[in-house]
Design a protein. Sequence first.
Lengths: 194, 168, 391
Amino acid sequence: MLNKIAELINKNVSGANAVVNVATDAKCDSSITVEASKILPVVSFLRGNTEMPFNSLHVISGVDYVDYMEVCYMMTHYDLTDPREFILKVKVTDRVNPKLDSIVQVYAAANFQEREVYDMFGITFTNHPDHRRILCPDDWEGFPLRKDYVTQKMYNGMEVYPDSKMNFEDREYIVRQNMIKQAQKASASTESEG
Amino acid sequence: MNTTVHQTGSVKDYFSSLYKGVTSTAKGMWITFKYVWAVKPVSIEYPEVREVLPERARMRLFNDVQNCISCTQCAMACPVDCIYIASEKMPEGSEIKKTSNGQPIRLLLTQFTIDTALCCYCGLCTTVCPTECLTHSHDYEFSQYTIDSMKYDYLAPDVISWRDRIVK
Amino acid sequence: MQTRWDIGEPEAPTINSETEQLKSELLTLNMGPQHPATHGVLRIEIWTDSEIVAHAIPHLGYLHRCMEKHAENLDYRGIIPFVDRLDYLAAMNMEWTYAMTVEKMLGTEVPRRAELLRIITGELQRIASHLMAFGTYALDLGAFTPFLYAFEEREKILRLFEEVSGSRLLYNYIWIGGVWNDWTNEQIERASQFCDTMEEEAKKYHELVSTNKIFIERTANVGVMSLQDCFDYGASGPVLRGSGFKWDLRKNIPYSLYSEFDFDVPVGTGEVGQVGDCWNRYIVRMKEVVESIKIIRQAIAKLEPGPVMGKVPKIIKLPKGEVYVRAECPRGELAFHLVSEEGGKKPYRLKVKSPCFTHVSMLPHIAPGQMIADFVASVGSIDIVLGEVDR
């Protein structure tokens, strides 16, 4: 099925460059990758075509692979006789100022989902009607689900992860015990060498 | 626009909807009214009457330190990292004790603390325990005034004294 | 197609010429974060013209715990307690879907008895969740008594779950590869007894609430979601079925052992109002309770003694790749998108597709033009659980 969809996309959307990623493990799902700049025409083609339409968007999920970020669109077709679904992917290589076209005008479901991807990964969706953070507060710094995310120290004059609420005593005790153990081991090994 | 504006139709409609409203409400009222004497109350008066908890109920954790072999599997299984274990080598010459199911205790347990305020009562730590010394007891009333006192050191004598009550 | 979320000053809806003359500045109201009708900590900013809602903007995130980030630092077994806390009213179904996701990647065979026990617990949980939806929905609309009846029945299910799993709300019962504990014959007997009483109770609820004239007046023709809207917004579950589309994953793309079961998929038919209104979404849930009872009875008849845990390695390591697994939960389709690295002990990424998050995004669309009291009815009818919306 995926090969057919990729063929259809390549035939009808110029420059989409759809490639099927066959899963290396048989138990996993395969997907289709398209050019990031062509996501809007590809999605509107997928919704509007008559041969293999997809009438609903399930979810938009972002994945951070450190070198690049990937945005996965889970396309579904609600049909009683021929239900189908597949994962459509785009790669976003720019980490500093990542940008994608919004697909809200095609699927209304993308409104909240794109806001969530922006909130968690910092990918800006151009032409989004209501482009704000959704789960984190508006003035939160950083994008939590990126792999290089570091929690901010202070937020609105409040300390994030205050020391008084962390159980340092017991942790320190264990660390100290481990250090003693290592020292003992080291001394034992030098003794045996000597 | 999906506002619900009551459609005022003919007089007949008005009275029929009025009739429906009264009868359907009366039907519901009758169901409730039957509860006055026909149905016994199912609620219990808590502090005086207490429910008997099922055998598998997961309440406050208890570690029987005499059976613990310091394997740290519970600390690794814990999803919220609320178990702190430290152990050291047995002093030389001391006899090796055995747990109740026959496993030798090779390490000296120096700390076993559970931060009960963090515990999520998922039961993952008790299932991995090889000697079944870490168990969920049936105590469910253990509120404290400070969050520090929710931290139980299972080597402390006052906590060890729970053992007589919990371990049968 | 036009976008519907222009964030600028919204125009007041013109109802008729009379209100046109009275039109003045819009009033901003905050419904929530602490409001009994929002079922948790949801804040909805409502712009009203007199009593008519012109604009509703949901503000999410009051219960945000970033469970997806937590999951990246936990091993696969340790995630189950966190998954429980997503939809705390249907924790069994959450665990089940998560377990299916990992099992699909791991290639584990689940024993037949475990699958059947999962179906029994999953359907009992569905009944419990729908009872909660029924009770709180009646509470939203001003009827307190149905809530107590619903809780009386729900308590029986919770008690049964407590005996089986050890916990009342957050079970950690369905594990990767099977279920934790086996059910005793006495417990199975009690489940089947519960089915008998529940069938009678369901009839009582219909007399008490569903056919009540006041309830029908409050819910029929209110908050209509057309089928096209549902597809547009990716709605699922009772919301989609209430709009008249006979779609149920258990029937259309059967997972687990559901293909062996004989049950019906109830859809909204618009008996008292029009298809897709609040009453239809409500009645779909109530009919689903009866269907779940059917499934439980069949599953109990199929039960045979056997193991309840499949062969799972002690440390779960998954191959490189990704899976996307969907399952039908009481509130709609839940799905997990799991990405793993080669030999990863922890997920590289775990994305939760929560049905309520999708349904909340429909609120700004259906709100304009409603009375505030009707808007409360609309919010209640999609049966939101904020733990799942905010994750």
